[in-house]
Design a protein around this ligand. Structure first.
Ligand code: GLN
Length: 194
């Protein structure tokens, strides 16, 4: 079973642990730098990206995670996790830093300026059983405003990319961990097994 860390400083950690477990991974909580050792992949949960960033820097996790992302560790970020994987963010806290890795610019709370949260059925490329729509839950979600050439768009809402992949890095604006549909986690665990 691929060993997949879940960054556990803030956010909906338990839901990701349950989803990873359901698709055959061996989830591990990551709160300290040494807990990053021996992972086949890492999940950055949804939550509050400014808090996740601040705590990661306080706990000495920021630099090691940056290095692992750059070294090719598969990493999946949902919502706040997507923000933390973006090379550039808009409407961030002035001091907010990201791990980066995906060549994109993401705007925080982009959908939230219209409606705070919503659910919609999405067609997501690359999922097992791709014709079956995915119930995507958006909560004060970011969207992608600029994409580099290496970035593949797996799904979009009204023209805004909401699921992207760049090599070993996967990010969604929405929260697949809060639905019973674990196909996004299955796709990620497949990347971790590769
Ligand atoms: N709005 C949050 C942020 O900017 C993300 C929300 C979420 O993860 N549901 O970090």
């Amino acid at each position: 079973r691929p060993v997949v860390g879940v960054l556990s400083v803030q956010g909906d950690v338990r839901e990701h642990v349950a989803a990873l477990d359901a698709v055959g991974a061996d989830p591990r909580l990551v709160r300290r730098p040494r807990e990053l050792e021996g992972l086949d992949g890492l999940v950055i949960p949804g939550g509050e990206s400014t808090t996740i960033d601040r705590l990661c820097r306080i706990f000495g996790l920021h630099e090691p995670i940056r290095r692992l992302v750059a070294a090719g560790l598969p990493v999946y970020g949902s919502c706040a996790g997507m923000i933390q994987l973006a090379d550039e963010i808009l409407d961030g806290h002035p001091e907010q830093q990201t791990f980066g890795g995906i060549d994109m610019t993401v705007r925080r709370n982009a959908f939230g300026r219209q409606v705070d949260s919503f659910e919609t059925d999405l067609q997501i490329a690359g999922l097992p059983d791709p014709d079956r729509p995915f119930p995507a839950v958006f909560i004060r979600a970011p969207w992608v405003e600029r994409l580099g050439e290496e970035v593949e768009v797996l799904a979009a809402v009204e023209g805004h990319p909401v699921a992207v992949r760049q090599g070993h890095l996967l990010a969604t604006s929405f929260h697949p961990e809060v639905t019973g549909d674990h196909r996004v986690h299955a796709l990620f665990v497949e990347l971790c097994s590769g």
